[in-house]
Ligand binder design. Structure first.
Ligand SMILES: CCCCCCCCCC/C=C/CC(=O)SCCNC(=O)CCNC(=O)[C@H](O)C(C)(C)COP(=O)(O)OP(=O)(O)OC[C@H]1O[C@@H](n2cnc3c(N)ncnc32)[C@H](O)[C@@H]1OP(=O)(O)O
Length: 201
């Protein structure tokens, strides 16, 4: 029931958020998706287990050492989510990490150093695409945060409907990217305090 209610609530949001973007920002992922489906390729950075009987998919991030969000990783993530959304049997999505200690270290710092303006633009568009796609997903989404989740890792969890974090004092979460001079828009951090639940691991 709770799952259904959450899904209904989300469907209202989707109407607003899934308007076609004038920048055409979703077209890159869709194009990659089409070509990947044609080639029937599988992604090594993301593992998806879909349980037909429950309608819930578990998406495990498995990009050592720290699941940093590179352009490739973000693209694969979006493709995986897009594929699940195309499957009407999939109603719920749990995002977690298959690495020990780290959920995601956030944006890949190497993407922000010594890259051309074009590449930087592509990268930041992919970041935006990721959080828009997750936030406007028609599935009920849950971040199972089983390790540290700074900055962009925190952002990824904020795009989900629910967050549950392992109750381990060695794991940290938060928008710490200001230490690198990257400023998040006002108001994005309040949800962490309000909506992140913890559980023992
Ligand atoms: C919902 C509405 C949203 C609206 C929009 C909001 C916009 C929000 C903006 C969000 C912006 C985010 C910017 C970023 O994400 S910048 C990245 C910030 N990340 C960090 O500062 C994390 C730094 N890393 C750590 O703290 C630790 O590595 C860890 C994750 C806690 C893990 O520690 P552990 O001891 O296990 O591992 P190591 O530190 O030894 O690291 C192992 C190797 O991994 C490399 N590494 C770590 N982090 C990154 C990274 N982010 N990118 C690339 N590489 C990374 C590290 O250098 C080690 O490499 P090495 O073995 O070669 O030395």
């Amino acid at each position: 029931m709770a799952l259904r209610a959450a899904l209904r609530q989300k469907c209202g949001l989707i109407g607003i958020l899934s308007q076609p973007s004038s920048s055409g920002s979703h077209s890159r992922v869709s194009a990659v998706l089409v070509s990947q489906m044609r080639n029937n390729a599988t992604s090594p950075k993301i593992k998806v287990d879909f349980n037909q009987s429950t309608g819930v998919a578990v998406l495990s991030m498995q990009s050592p050492p720290v699941n940093s969000l590179s352009l490739d990783f973000l693209t694969e993530l979006c493709i995986s989510v897009e594929k699940l959304e195309m499957d009407r049997a999939c109603r719920g999505l749990i995002i977690t990490s298959s690495l020990p200690k780290v959920f995601s270290a956030g944006l890949d710092i190497l993407e922000m150093y010594g890259k051309s303006p074009e590449r930087c633009g592509e990268f930041w568009r992919a970041v935006q695409e990721m959080w828009l796609k997750m936030y406007s997903s028609n599935m009920v989404t849950i971040a199972a945060i089983n390790g540290s989740s700074p900055a962009g890792g925190c952002l990824l969890s904020l795009t989900c409907d629910y967050r549950i974090m392992s109750d381990n004092p060695r794991y940290s979460i938060g928008l710490n990217e200001t230490l690198l001079g990257i400023v998040a828009p006002f108001g994005t951090d309040k949800n962490i305090i309000k909506n992140t639940h913890t559980c023992s691991n």
